[in-house]
Design a protein around this ligand. Structure first.
Ligand code: U2F
Length: 463
């Protein structure tokens, strides 16, 4: 029955951690809406799928997306020892075989061979799966082009800088007079993600990113949720390294935000805040979690400024001192603390005036769409590079003093960003950047053109 209803079967495999799967799904929704005769099978672990496709979000899902589970790679009876990235390691070690098995199951279920394989770029072995299937390998890069460029050039950066004796050289640039990588000329060693030239180069993540950078040139296309004009001249360089570089976003500017239940508590609370651009929104995404000292610095800075605030923090991340503070003090403050907020809607709300963030890529795209300046406290991975762009290139936010939260430092940043005078510069710059994003997804824009190329590849029009 399914085989008769659809012309083609495109398999999409997500990396089932942090915001990777939801970010990929956003673009897949756009593809599925544009290609109603193609069936998209979407693969992630059951845990990831059940949070992505909850009852209310499934109602808004195009009907030609069909969801399949991939095993999480955790052996039966396995006892977690608390190693960092243990889940990721277990998943990745078993992923090629588990994904192959799930792909086969979907073909049997749908009754149609796969004609294109889309994977998160982290799943670098997608190139081998696609070769076996004899179909194009199309990959999704979750972050910005600057960090992608670092991964594509990792071997060159390692040859130039070395991987030993980094201590003391953290402020050095990663390029020297012999090596110029377009767009990376002002990147310092300390801006890089761990596992490129410092940190644990033997970790599963480091190995995965190295393989990814080496194999991406073999992908038929690499697409991402940004827009070219934001990160010039990097796209010019990367276009000579990969077959097709397709920035197709930002998806939250290209498509309307999915509807929320009418009585969402965060939105109702924001509606009650009278002054526009006055609320501080705090969130560190899906993985980063400030240590107790920094959590307390945030709490005390909020108390000191008296600014209204909405803080998204999971209960499991709250430290004892923060819990104590919230129990004693929250009722005296104009603040709301929730385990999860509908962030894109929050950032689009008029009353929000500052976003205290770890600078995950999706958060940056959402803050641009919402027009909210950032206060940056990057933790790991691409976040330091992203934060530098926010502060120095886009000029839509500030970094916290000395890179960590202190009460005084955060109070200063909040004053700079929230004050109508000094905050104006950031709000004007965001308007300018947002206008570029609106143009990119407009009828003549670069992201619209790239999205059409992606549709051609996925639908087989140019194959
Ligand atoms: C990893 O980052 P995260 O997934 O932690 O952070 P973001 O890229 O900013 O994405 C967080 C998403 O979760 C949503 C938010 C974003 O779409 O709207 N969210 C929410 O809806 N409600 C909340 O209360 C909190 C978050 C990694 F750590 C980063 O370094 C990378 O840049 C990023 C992308 O690769 O993935």
């Amino acid at each position: 029955h399914l085989a008769d209803a659809y012309n083609r079967h495109v398999a999409v495999v997500a990396f089932p951690f942090t915001s990777h799967a939801s970010a990929l799904l956003e673009t897949v929704r756009r593809l599925a809406t544009a290609l109603p005769n193609t069936l998209f099978s979407f693969f992630s672990t059951s845990k990831s799928n059940s949070s992505l496709f909850s009852n209310n979000s499934i109602d808004n899902m195009p009907r030609n997306i069909r969801v399949y589970d991939v095993a999480d790679g955790v052996p039966e009876g396995y006892v977690f020892v608390g190693k960092p990235q243990e889940h990721i390691e277990l998943f990745m070690n078993a992923a090629p075989e588990n994904i192959r098995r799930s792909l086969d199951a979907s073909v049997a279920d749908i009754g149609k061979q796969i004609s294109c394989l889309i994977t998160d770029a982290f799943l670098w072995f997608g190139v081998h799966l696609a070769d076996e299937l004899g179909v194009p390998w199309v990959t999704f890069w979750i972050s910005g082009l600057k960090s992608l460029s670092v991964h594509v050039h990792t071997d060159l950066i390692r040859d130039t800088i070395g991987t030993q004796g980094i201590t003391g050289r953290e402020n050095d640039l990663i390029v020297d007079k012999n090596v110029n990588i377009q767009g990376l000329s002002n990147v310092r060693i300390k801006d890089l993600a761990e596992g490129i030239i410092f940190g644990n180069l033997d970790s599963v993540i480091s190995g995965m990113l190295l393989q990814m950078g080496r194999l991406l040139p073999r992908a038929t296309a690499v697409f991402m949720n940004g827009f070219e004009e934001l990160e010039l001249p990097i796209p010019n360089d990367l276009k000579s390294k990969v077959n097709k570089l397709l920035s197709v976003g930002p998806s939250n500017v290209a498509s309307p935000l999915p509807p929320l239940p009418p009585s969402d508590a965060c939105l109702s609370w924001l509606d009650k805040q009278e002054a526009p651009s006055s609320v501080v929104y705090i969130s560190f995404g899906t993985m980063a979690s400030p240590a107790e000292k920094e959590q307390m610095a945030i709490a005390e800075a909020l108390e000191a400024t008296g600014a209204p605030f909405l803080w998204s923090i999971k209960d499991s991340c709250k430290t004892p001192l923060l819990n104590e503070f919230l129990t004693k003090t929250l009722s005296k403050l104009n603040g709301m603390v929730v385990p999860w907020a509908p962030q894109p809607h929050v950032l689009a709300h008029d009353s929000v005036g500052a976003f205290v963030s770890h600078c995950g890529w999706n958060s940056i795209m959402e803050t641009i769409a919402g027009g909210v300046p950032m206060i940056c406290r990057p933790y790991f991975a691409d976040q330091r590079l992203n934060a530098r762009m926010v502060e120095e290139v886009f000029e839509i936010g500030v970094s916290v003093e000395d890179g960590v939260f202190t009460r005084e430092g955060l109070v200063k940043s909040l004053e700079v960003v929230l004050s109508p005078g000094s905050g104006r510069k950031f709000r004007d710059n965001i308007k300018r950047v947002k206008q570029l994003a609106v143009e990119a997804v407009g009828p003549q824009g670069s992201s619209t053109r790239n999205f059409k190329s992606l549709l051609d590849i996925v639908s087989g029009s140019n194959y």
